[in-house]
Ligand binder design. Structure first.
Ligand code: GAL
Length: 648
């Protein structure tokens, strides 16, 4: 396990570099990321390169035994470049060029940009080819799906469609374009979604495909950069850093050609007031581990209060800096790099807080970071361990896009049910994998398949086989609704899953922000919201019925035997306590060992390796927590992580 920092020598005076590096070394920093925004300092004028300063800082860090993650600086080409090639600036949905002076505004398909990007990457990789301190490369910074609307990108998008469908007839059929006279009769009529996006008046099939294209476009660019880097760094791992942004690329495609996942982790510093609200950082960490089903890095980790494009947010309360980093290790990270070493004095991000404030006096947050570095050294033995889970939650980036394109009802969003179910399993002290919905399922005992909205044949087949062979499946509302083109399937819901759940949906009621009620057989009543599937069981038995609305008494949750397995169907979005109760029943029925009585938001995960087991117990709340575990009382301060390592 390693701790690192994101460092911007080009943004602070040279006089600070040595003392900064000394402090890094004394504190236990082992990795520094450099240069993702530094192009104007590396090539101040066209073709005139200045790598002296970068050599200097790399040398200073190397002398202190610190490894370097070097970044391609392609996020921000210098202004001289845009002056010469104004067409290389991204085009917005309204046809205007993005304002320069903001970052990330280059069009990644523009041929002039690509030529200059290739040259700077070539010069950089050549210069450092023999430098053993470069332990990894990062491509660009937080690349989003490519929503550029310039002529070059429009041409690429049309070619992408031609490659996928060959004929316009096939596009028209796939999208159902007979609706509102939308049939294309020439490729030139196909435009990207100018204007607001997603736009409720545009065809959802077309919008989903545009999203797929936008993701493929950025993936192609990433693979192109990776190839350039590997020409001179064939054995050095290459990554790019991601977050859950608005124009999210498909992470599974994006990382297929890269060596490891890097995730930018900024857990909230202001905890939600409503206990129903999910703030499952753990869920996102598990999702990131699942993308390549392997250990990952945090390339940017919370270090101070947020505040650049928005008013400043709460400063991390005591325990958060250390606790959230250790939480990342507990969920499978092996390196956590903190953003950023110190606050910037200038620029739009001057109020985004790093580890050291503008005063330049290391304070409370830095002291906690230093403790983190110390504790991380004690975890070295855990580095080669893995997380094994009996439970998997299926996730699909395409379903997430499709839900964003057509929010199903007020307040409903794709990740809510997966996160509620994830926290119900976490509450019972279990490791949980979050994996792509088409992954192989053997080896798991329980598979949660929430909102299987767009129908994917591989995922359907795997779920049937999994249940047939004795697995337990939890399926939810909004499953089997669409075909792969995002068109509705004209069959009784949940269409392809009907025999699996042994029931069908007679009718549904999208109740949005209203509440309804459901009753279990023991008479207990819970609230439910957003969506109510009125279920007609066929072979299934009823687990819960509605206790309000005109469908009072009709099935809301069912259980079916399928092959030697069991399939639950949850037709509504329940309150948290009901998920906890259902999950506990399922764990009892499947015989999976669990921990009883953990307080809400106390998380236990286990990493296992050759002769070693490390158990992480994390208090993800701002209150002290006391509870019984293995016959003894555990007491955890706010955001405290306890680590039990058993070797031999
Ligand atoms: C990240 C980004 C960083 C910095 C940080 C805080 O999303 O990669 O460069 O901007 O947010 O603002």
């Amino acid at each position: 396990m390693r701790i690192g920092v994101d460092y911007y020598p080009e943004q602070c005076g040279r006089s600070l570099w040595e003392s900064d590096a000394d402090l890094m070394q004394q504190t236990g920093v082992e990795v520094v990321r450099l240069a993702e925004f530094a192009w104007c300092r590396l090539e101040p004028q066209e073709g005139c390169f200045d790598f002296g300063w970068l050599d200097d800082i790399i040398g200073i860090l190397t002398e202190r035994g610190i490894g370097i993650v070097l970044c391609t600086p392609t996020n921000c080409p210098p202004l001289w470049f845009y002056e010469k090639y104004p067409e290389a600036v991204q085009t917005e949905k309204d046809g205007h060029k993005t304002r320069t002076g903001i970052r990330g505004h280059r069009c990644i398909n523009n041929t002039d940009f690509l030529r200059y990007a290739e040259r700077i990457i070539d010069v950089m990789t050549k210069r450092y080819a023999d430098n053993a301190s470069i332990i990894a490369w990062q491509i660009d910074n937080e690349l989003e799906a490519n929503f550029c609307f310039c002529e070059t990108c429009i041409g690429k998008y049309r070619r992408w469609l031609k490659d996928k469908y060959t004929t316009l007839e096939a596009v028209n059929v796939a999208y159902g374009n007979a609706m509102w006279s939308g049939e294309y009769s020439s490729w030139e009529q196909i435009q990207p979604p100018f204007g607001s996006y997603p736009d409720p008046w545009l065809n959802p099939s077309y919008m989903l495909d545009y999203n797929r294209y936008a993701s493929d476009s950025v993936t192609e660019h990433i693979n192109w950069q990776a190839e350039l880097i590997r020409r001179r760094f064939p054995h050095t791992p290459v990554t790019t850093n991601v977050w859950f942004c608005r124009n999210m690329p498909n992470f599974y495609d994006e990382f297929r050609g890269l060596d490891f996942i890097s995730y930018d982790n900024y857990p909230t510093t202001k905890l939600p007031d409503n206990s129903e609200e999910c703030y499952s950082h753990a869920f996102h960490l598990d999702l990131m581990r699942g993308v390549k089903r392997s250990k990952f890095w945090i390339m940017e980790q919370l270090s101070g209060g947020l505040g650049c494009w928005a008013p400043m947010g709460r400063t991390p309360s005591p325990g958060m800096i250390k606790g959230y980093s250790l939480q990342s290790f507990a969920h499978g990270a092996d390196t956590v790099v903190h953003f950023r070493w110190r606050n910037a004095a200038g620029g739009a991000e001057m109020h985004w807080h790093g580890l050291i404030d503008h005063s330049n006096v290391p304070g409370r947050r830095f002291a906690e970071f230093a403790e983190l570095c110390k504790e991380t050294k004690t975890l070295k033995a855990v580095r080669d361990t893995e997380i094994y889970s009996d439970v998997a939650i299926l996730y699909s980036p395409e379903d997430e896009y499709a839900f964003k394109i057509q929010p199903q009802t007020n307040g409903m969003y794709y990740l809510e049910q997966p996160m509620l179910l994830h926290s119900a399993f976490t509450k019972h002290g279990l490791n949980v994998d979050v994996i792509h919905q088409c992954e192989e399922l053997s080896g798991y005992k329980i598979v949660v398949a929430p909102e299987m909205y767009l129908t994917n044949e591989t995922a359907v087949k795997r779920l049937y086989e999994f249940a047939e062979n004795g697995g337990t499946v939890i399926l939810t509302d909004r499953s089997g609704v669409k075909d792969k083109f995002n068109k509705c399937i004209m069959q009784q819901l949940p269409t392809v899953y009907r025999s699996l759940i042994g029931a069908y949906i007679e009718e549904y009621d999208p109740i949005g922000y209203d509440n309804a009620a459901i009753r279990l057989s023991d008479g207990s009543v819970y609230k439910c919201r957003q969506w109510c599937d009125i279920i007609q069981p066929e072979t299934a038995e009823t687990v819960a019925t509605y206790d309000s609305e005109f469908y009072k008494g009709k099935a809301a949750i069912t259980r079916n035997r399928y092959g030697s397995g069991t399939v639950y169907y949850i037709g509504t979005v329940c309150e948290k306590s009901l998920y906890n109760r259902l999950v506990k029943d399922i764990l009892v029925n499947t015989g999976i060992p669990y921990v009883d009585g953990l307080p809400d938001n106390v998380e236990i995960t286990t990493r296992t390796g050759d002769g070693i087991e490390a158990r992480f117990i994390f208090n993800n709340t701002n209150k002290e927590q006391r509870f019984m575990l293995d016959g003894g009382e555990v007491c955890l301060a706010p955001f405290e992580m306890k680590t039990d390592i058993k070797e031999g």
